[in-house]
Design a protein around this ligand. Structure first.
Ligand code: ZN
Length: 160
């Protein structure tokens, strides 16, 4: 879903770019369900509320949500913020949940997930899609099998 060049630029961890063999599988899989919201902008406040809620649940600091208009870029996750492109369908739940999965994975499983779109990322993404009633886990699992995406199901928010 996310532009490859920006993803690489933005997601350098201060050292080298991670190998990310599962990325294109995730993108292909997303095209089968993200289309339902891509194209319909969601109010920024709604997206901020979801991000704030998830960060409380996962006990990670909340990112700033910024707007960035770049060609062919839906959104990006940097060290400090989630950026959304209002001109490119970025103001949508699907994009926010994808970037939010990066944000949470980096903080909770960054030491374990050696790929940007690895199985911990996919597991957190799967959880968030279901948690916020965007796409049910049971359907995610069927698609993951079809597309060959590995998702770790053991991810759970810490806390209450
Ligand atoms: Zn991504």
């Amino acid at each position: 879903m996310i532009d490859r060049r920006l993803t690489q630029q933005q997601r350098i961890k201060g050292k080298e770019i991670k190998a990310d063999p599962q990325r294109h599988l995730i993108y292909s899989m997303e095209r089968t369900f993200v289309g339902s919201v891509v194209g319909s902008g969601t109010r920024l406040q709604v997206l901020e509320d979801v991000v704030a809620h998830a960060c409380r649940e996962w006990r990670v600091p909340a990112p700033t949500i910024g707007v960035e208009k770049r060609k062919r870029v839906y959104g990006a996750c940097t060290e400090s913020e989630i950026r959304l492109n209002p001109d490119y369908d970025g103001m949508t739940m699907g994009v926010v949940l994808h970037e939010l999965a990066h944000w949470i994975t980096d903080r909770k499983y960054g030491h374990l997930d050696l790929e940007d779109h690895g199985e911990y990322f996919a597991g957190v993404y799967r959880y968030l899609l279901d948690r916020y009633n965007f796409f049910p886990s049971i359907a995610f699992d069927a698609l993951a099998k079809q597309f060959g995406v590995m998702a770790y199901h053991g991810v759970i928010p810490s806390g209450d």
